[in-house]
Design a protein around this ligand. Structure first.
Ligand code: FAD
Length: 477
């Protein structure tokens, strides 16, 4: 008789791999199916949302949850975290109020203190009093006169380097610097791939698309689900659907109904002239979907910069958001977006959108006009359970016995989702309830920096991106 696995996970994005890694850490046998050739190959991520400061419109509760979840993920995947801060500003043209941003930051400092009280190892964003720093116009004028520092160490040094490049007369003051770090997806993919290949508890099936699921829960066969690929059938007791924007396809096999949105977005890779010192990530807030949407400039190694521009001709797309309707559980994009998801971007569109993105940044960083196209876009579709496009935390649901559906909106929610799933599997007594939640993972901890550097560079190269984008600006100490 073929093997029965405790847990079968469909989808090797950040959610699926973290669930597989956590299960393996507890010695629970699982099987992970990924239709692609490598792990964590779906929609990109570059920002650790440790406080939700990129989203002035979300609730304080979502901000707190994002901070907690981000800290948990950063503790697990330390070698994928780039410890450079984020500059947060509001252009004079925008309605957002700086006072509200400041109030929220104060709330987040208190929350961060609580997290450190719970566990001192949560202090990965530095001392709570340094979580953010506020700068008046006079401060900026003074810091603009200070010499540029190649590798900044203090908030003042980061701001001083950045402010010389920014047309700050266009910004409301004060502005802020916040300990929201960068997050390198190539490195996280490499960490997960090495760790899962190393553990005997996870059977990793790459290039394996799941084409059907059979529900045999009531047939007393000693297992609950049959997972079908093109040439094999696998038996599992517990089923986890981590298919990203394709979660609805698995629901469809199981005849389940659920409301969901999916959204296609892209960020652009540019190469700028060498500048004298490192800069933080730069955020210029704006109203999403209008011609003055948010600008986000993310620094990478060797003068590569990733750009998000929250307008319809840069990061967002006409018909880029679709919703499940009527009897359909899997929303469908139009043909143009499906082509892009299949990596079939027209060269012209890459050039036009990247150049528009560069121009968009020059509104606030005039010298960025010398930047050029630096690589293919980083793009993908993400899922949002329900019908609120502003939801940033996402969720796991358990619509059937022995079935979990992970629909995280941000990569930072992956560990919370995995832990909720493991708790549910314990409640169903498929695995022992004596397992204790751990924030460390022995398989991840056993990987050396050199191994991560090497595989992360290979993954970037295989996917057509500059290998430098797989390295960190700030080496982990
Ligand atoms: C432009 C953009 C920027 C973003 N930036 C950030 C950011 O800075 N920070 C952040 O936290 N989040 C960010 N996100 C969100 C983040 O990318 C997603 O939350 C996260 O990747 C979702 O992970 P997932 O594992 O749920 O899904 P996915 O990463 O989509 O993984 C699902 C996997 O399932 C596989 N799969 C699907 N169907 C099958 C099947 N039938 N058989 C086998 N395999 C299957 C797919 O190939 C895929 O690998 C961004 C998203 C976008 C689009």
């Amino acid at each position: 008789m073929s093997k029965i696995y405790h847990v079968g996970i469909i989808g090797g994005g950040v959610s699926g791999v973290v669930t597989a890694l956590q299960l393996a850490n507890y010695g629970i046998e699982n099987i992970l199916f990924e239709q692609g050739a490598s792990l964590v190959n779906g929609p990109p991520f570059c920002h650790l949302h440790a406080g939700g400061n990129l989203y002035p419109e979300i609730s304080d509760e979502q901000c707190k949850l994002l901070m907690r979840q981000s800290i948990e993920m950063a503790r697990l995947f330390t070698q994928s975290i780039d410890q450079r801060p984020t500059f947060i500003s509001i252009p004079k043209s925008e309605k957002f109020e700086v006072a509200k941003i400041e109030n929220r930051l104060n709330m987040l400092v208190e929350h961060y203190k609580q997290l450190i009280d719970e566990d001192p190892a949560n202090a990965i964003l530095g001392a709570p009093e340094d979580y953010y720093k506020i700068y008046s116009k006079e401060d900026l004028v003074a810091l603009a006169e200070k010499p540029t520092v190649k590798r900044p160490n203090t908030h003042d040094e980061w701001i001083s380097n950045a402010i010389k490049l920014i047309d700050y007369n266009k910004l409301k003051t004060p502005v802020f610097i916040v300990q929201e770090y960068g997050w390198n997806l190539f490195r996280l993919g490499a960490q997960a791939q090495i760790a899962l290949n190393r553990t005997e508890y996870c059977s990793l099936k790459m290039n394996s698309e799941v084409t059907n699921i059979k529900d045999v829960r009531n047939l007393n066969l000693g297992y609950n689900w049959q997972i079908c690929t093109k040439d094999s059938v696998y038996k599992v007791n517990y089923l986890v659907n981590s298919c990203g924007f394709n979660t609805g396809r698995i629901d469809d096999y199981l005849q389940l109904k659920a409301e969901r949105l999916i959204e296609f977005k892209a960020a652009y890779v540019s190469k700028w002239q060498a500048i004298a010192g490192l800069i933080p990530e730069l955020i210029f807030h704006g109203e999403r979907g209008t011609s003055h949407g948010m600008v986000q400039l993310t620094p990478y190694c060797e003068d590569y910069y990733q750009i998000h521009g929250m307008t319809m001709d840069i990061t967002l797309f006409e018909n880029g958001v679709v919703q499940s309707k009527g009897n359909e559980v899997q929303p469908e994009f139009n043909e143009g977006i499906k082509q892009k998801l299949d990596r079939a971007w027209e060269e012209d569109e890459v050039k036009t959108r990247t150049e528009k993105a560069i121009e968009f940044v020059t509104k606030f960083v005039p010298s960025f006009k010398t930047a050029t196209v630096g690589g293919p876009p980083m793009y993908g579709a993400q899922q949002i359970p329900g019908d609120d496009l502003n939801l940033r935390v996402g969720d796991v649901s358990f619509p059937y016995r022995s079935y979990a559906r992970s629909e995280i909106v941000k990569a930072s929610s992956a560990l919370t989702a995995a832990n909720q799933i493991i708790l549910k599997i314990q409640e169903e007594e498929i695995i022992p309830s004596t397992l204790i939640k751990s924030n460390r993972n022995s398989f991840l901890d056993s990987i050396s920096k050199n191994e991560i550097d090497k595989l992360a560079s290979e993954l970037a190269f295989q996917r057509g991106y500059p290998e430098a984008m797989a390295q960190l600006l700030i080496e982990v100490q």
